[in-house]
Ligand binder design. Structure first.
Ligand code: E4P
Length: 217
């Protein structure tokens, strides 16, 4: 499973990318707001750091304007994936932009039927939002499972990009089900390394090592 990092914070992207933990980046208008940066400038900087797909989201609501914004965003770099909302207009824009050979990430997906439409419109990525479904007492992971089954039934090549990931459990479940990609905030990716038994074991090793009185360097 590929790892995308869901942020527009340059320091986090650099740190995780240097570790080989970043196969791509996703941003959205809320993350751009949080960064305090200009969308074109920060997206260009991210594309200079990460070689994989970098999702940049349009903000128009009508297809023609979405297409124009998508074309402008795609000019930033070759690795831009134009992010479009899963609306009827978004699907129209997806069909046109994917037809031009641009990568398209269809976002704000909350049902398997929506994912089916995005695949038929030629999306490169579909972004089902797990955490936001969990927030309203639905199981976001059921959606990932349903989309996986439907895409496999018909051989759709659209990549399932599990989004709105909030916990390390979400990451593990996505990998088990077979999501192609997951995008998570930097803090969730870092937490994947943690285990209480690792901390406990290390503490004991350090105590015993101190008793040996030895040094390696
Ligand atoms: C993905 O592309 C979205 O930007 C993101 O995962 C949304 O996550 P949230 O529901 O935690 O805001």
């Amino acid at each position: 499973m590929k790892f995308f990092v869901d942020t527009a914070e340059i320091d986090d992207i650099k740190e995780l990318n240097d570790l080989g933990m970043v196969d791509g980046v996703t941003t959205n208008p809320s993350l751009i707001l949080k960064s305090g940066r200009d969308i074109l400038e920060v997206t260009k900087e991210i594309c200079g750091i990460v070689s994989g797909p970098v999702s940049a989201e349009v903000v128009a609501l009508e297809a023609d304007e979405m297409i124009a914004e998508g074309r402008k965003l795609a000019e930033i770099a070759d690795n831009i994936a134009v992010k479009l909302p899963l609306t009827w207009d978004g699907l129209k824009a997806c069909k046109v932009l994917s037809g031009e050979g641009k990568m398209v990430n269809v976002t704000l997906c909350f049902s398997a039927n929506q994912a089916l439409l995005a695949a038929k419109a030629g999306a490169t990525f579909i972004s089902p939002f797990i955490g936001r479904l969990d927030d309203i007492n639905l199981d976001g992971m059921d959606l990932i499972e349903d989309i996986r089954t439907i895409y496999d039934n018909y051989g759709f090549e659209t990549n399932i990009l599990a989004a709105s990931i909030r916990t390390v459990g979400h990451v593990q479940d996505c990998a088990r089900i077979g999501a192609d990609v997951m995008t998570a905030p930097p803090e969730v990716i870092r937490k994947l390394a943690s285990h209480p038994l690792t901390d406990k074991g290390l503490e004991q090793f350090m105590k015993d090592w101190a008793k040996t009185g030895q040094k390696i360097l």
